[in-house]
Design a protein. Structure first.
Length: 304
C-alpha cells in the first residue's frame, strides 16, 4: 500500500536528492480567507522555487495523502469549505474514510518525514493556549516537534498563545527553540515577544548542521526556528496586545473550544485589524519560505 502520493516535481527532486520544503495546508483552509489564501499559497511555492528548492504542499484529498499539489489541486483546496483540520490523531482516520483534510503543523511534519523531507515552512505553530490551566488546550504540534525530525521555520508562537508556557513545554520536551538572527523571541505579527529566545543561530548553514547532528546523535525530534517578520511588515506588540485580548474574550463569550479556537481567533483578529493582520501574516510566511529554502539547500549539500 502506498502511504502517500508525491507530485511529479516532488518525486523527481527527492529521487535526485535535491532540496524540498514541506508546506502545510491548514493555513490555506482554516488560517486565511479566500482568495488571499490561494494567492499566499502560490507565492510561497514561487518563493521556495526562487530559493532553489521544490515546494511540497501537503494535504489529504479524497483519502490520498498528497506530498506536493498540482496548481489545480491547490486552487480546489483553497476553495473547499468542509475540509477537516488534521493532526496526528485524525490523519489516518480521514484517509481510511476517503475524506479531505488540511494538515496542521503536526500532520505536515509526519507526512514530510515519511517522504524524506527535512525542512518545513509555515506561519506560526500551535502551542499552549491562554487559560490552558483550565482548558488543557495544548497543541499536538509541540509533541510532534519532540519526536519527528523536521526543522520547522515559523515566525514564533502566535501571540494568541501563552508564550511563556509554550516555551516551558518545549523545553520540557527537549525541543530547541532557535531565534534566527536576533536574541529576542519573535511573536508572529511582531518581531519581539518581550522574551529572550532560548537559542540563537545566524545562518542556514548552522541550522542545517544542528539538525543533522541531532539525527547523528540519535536524538529524536526537530527544531523550531523562529524567524522574525520583516521590520517593514510588523505590527508592534502594543497595538496587537489589546486586539488579541478582545478576540480571546470573544472566543470565551461564544464558547469556542478545541480545534475551532485557532481559526476563530485568526478570523476575529483579521476583522478587528481591518485586514492588517492578514497582510502581516502573508509577509511573514513568505519570509519563512525564503529561510526554509536556504536551510533545505544546506541540508542537501551537507548530506551529499
Ligand atoms: N499559523 C497560522 N495559521 C494557521 C495555523 C498556524 O498562521 O492556520 C494552524 C497550523 O496548521 C497549526 C494549527 O498547526 O493552526 C494549530 O492548531 P491548534 O492550535 O488547534 O493545534
Ligand atoms: Mn488546541
Amino acid at each position: 500500500m502506498t502511504l502517500f502520493t508525491p507530485s511529479a516535481a516532488v518525486a523527481e527532486a527527492l529521487a535526485a536528492n535535491r532540496p524540498v520544503v514541506a508546506l502545510e495546508s491548514t493555513i490555506i483552509t482554516h488560517g486565511m480567507p479566500w482568495p488571499q489564501n490561494l494567492e499566499m499559497a502560490r507565492k510561497v511555492e514561487d518563493t521556495i522555487r526562487a530559493g532553489g528548492a521544490t515546494p511540497a504542499t501537503i494535504a489529504v484529498i479524497e483519502g490520498t495523502l498528497h506530498v506536493g499539489l498540482e496548481d489545480t489541486q491547490l486552487e480546489a483546496l483553497a476553495q473547499t469549505k468542509g475540509a477537516a483540520k488534521l493532526s496526528r490523531a485524525d490523519m489516518a482516520v480521514c484517509m481510511a474514510q476517503g475524506g479531505t483534510g488540511a494538515t496542521t503543523v503536526a500532520a505536515t511534519m509526519i507526512a514530510a518525514h515519511m517522504a524524506g523531507i527535512g525542512t518545513f515552512a509555515t506561519g506560526g505553530i500551535g502551542g499552549v493556549h491562554k487559560g490552558a490551566e483550565e482548558s488543557f488546550d495544548i497543541s499536538a504540534d509541540l509533541q510532534e516537534l519532540a519526536q519527528t525530525p523536521v526543522t520547522v521555520v515559523a515566525a514564533g508562537a502566535k501571540a494568541i498563545l501563552d508564550i511563556p508556557k509554550t516555551l516551558e513545554v518545549l523545553e520540557t520536551l527537549g525541543v530547541p527553540v532557535i531565534a534566527y538572527g536576533q536574541d529576542a523571541l519573535p511573536a508572529f505579527w511582531s518581531r519581539d515577544a518581550g522574551l529572550k529566545a532560548p537559542l540563537r543561530l545566524d545562518s542556514a548553514t548552522e541550522i542545517a548542521r544542528a539538525q543533522l547532528l541531532r539525527s547523528q546523535m540519535g536524538l529524536p525530534g526537530g527544531q523550531l526556528i523562529t524567524n522574525p517578520i520583516p521590520e517593514a511588515d510588523e505590527i508592534p506588540r502594543d497595538i496587537m496586545d489589546p486586539i488579541i485580548a478582545r478576540a480571546t474574550a470573544d472566543a470565551t463569550t461564544h464558547g469556542i473550544t478545541g480545534k475551532q479556537v485557532t481559526p476563530y481567533l485568526l478570523q476575529r483578529i483579521f476583522e478587528l485589524t481591518d485586514g492588517a493582520s492578514l497582510t502581516a501574516n502573508i509577509a511573514l510566511v513568505l519570509n519563512n519560505a525564503r529561510l526554509a529554502a536556504q536551510i533545505a539547500v544546506e541540508i542537501s549539500a551537507q548530506r551529499a
